[in-house]
Design a binder for this molecule. Structure first.
Ligand code: HEM
Length: 220
């Protein structure tokens, strides 16, 4: 006998909506906070935290929230339109990330410092490389005929799962960046915990969004 599915309690929908709105506010608030702290333009280094936060906290979060069924700014638009804005935001995000990496590399070169010697530097390098590859992989969704081995739905699922990993790597790099001397000298105690909760919370919201849309639904 087929059992009827129970309707979802209303409070779940409300909670998902509230956490989606919180993710919009946190990613914007955190980016503004780091911009105020770094004051981009005052030194070469100042561009690094600014560009990285703009890339991974603001642009990438917004590019993913576009697909949220609960809090997308393009809620009433077709999936095709959301997809178009998604790849535009992701291209901007990847460009900022590459620029942020070039800036910090060049800055260290000028100061005769060794490269990729901290956890932040190592995970950060991996994150940028992965994010660029992920963006290039997204081209296969624009031109699915290029990849004949996989169906479009399979491609979408792989892209979403691997994209979530790229996003979580970004959150980890942001958190590790916040453990740097530069950040901990300026922000400490409760301020540090509040700041670090931003990428942690947006990471949780997007993990829930992507797993609900692809991974959990497919298994069910
Ligand atoms: C997802 C975002 C980020 C990525 C992918 C990233 C990536 C990197 C990489 C690859 C390096 C090493 C460059 C080299 O050794 O030549 C580096 C250095 C650095 N980053 Fe970031 N970064 C990010 C965000 C941040 C943020 C938000 C801050 C500050 C709050 C920050 C502060 C620093 C500092 C102080 C260094 C120099 C010290 C070190 O090498 O660890 N970064 N970053």
């Amino acid at each position: 006998m087929v059992q009827a599915l129970e309707p979802e309690p209303r409070v779940y929908g409300l909670l998902r909506r509230a956490s989606g709105v919180a993710a919009h506010l946190l990613c914007l608030g955190f980016t503004v906070f780091v911009a105020v702290l770094a004051r981009p333009g005052t030194s070469l280094f100042s561009w690094h935290p600014f560009l990285m936060t703009l890339s991974f906290s603001f642009l990438m979060t917004e590019a993913l929230l576009l697909f949220s069924p609960d809090c997308s700014p393009l809620q009433h638009f077709s999936h095709k339109v959301k997809g178009r804005y998604h790849w535009i935001l992701q291209s901007l995000s990847a460009s900022c990330a590459v620029l942020g990496l070039v800036v910090i590399f060049y800055n260290k070169q000028l100061n005769n410092k060794s490269h990729f010697v901290t956890w932040h530097g190592l995970v950060g390098l991996l994150t940028v490389l992965y994010a660029v590859l992920q963006s290039l992989g997204g081209v296969s969704l624009l031109y699915p005929k290029l990849v004949k081995r996989w169906s479009l739905s399979k491609l979408k699922r792989y892209h979403a799962t691997s994209g979530l990993l790229a996003y979580l790597l970004g959150c980890t790099s942001l958190l590790l960046g916040m453990c740097s001397l530069w950040f901990t000298t300026a922000v400490h105690s409760l301020g540090w915990y509040l700041a670090s909760s931003c990428p942690a919370l947006t990471g949780l919201v997007l993990m829930n969004q992507v797993t609900n849309a692809y991974v959990a639904r497919k298994r069910f």
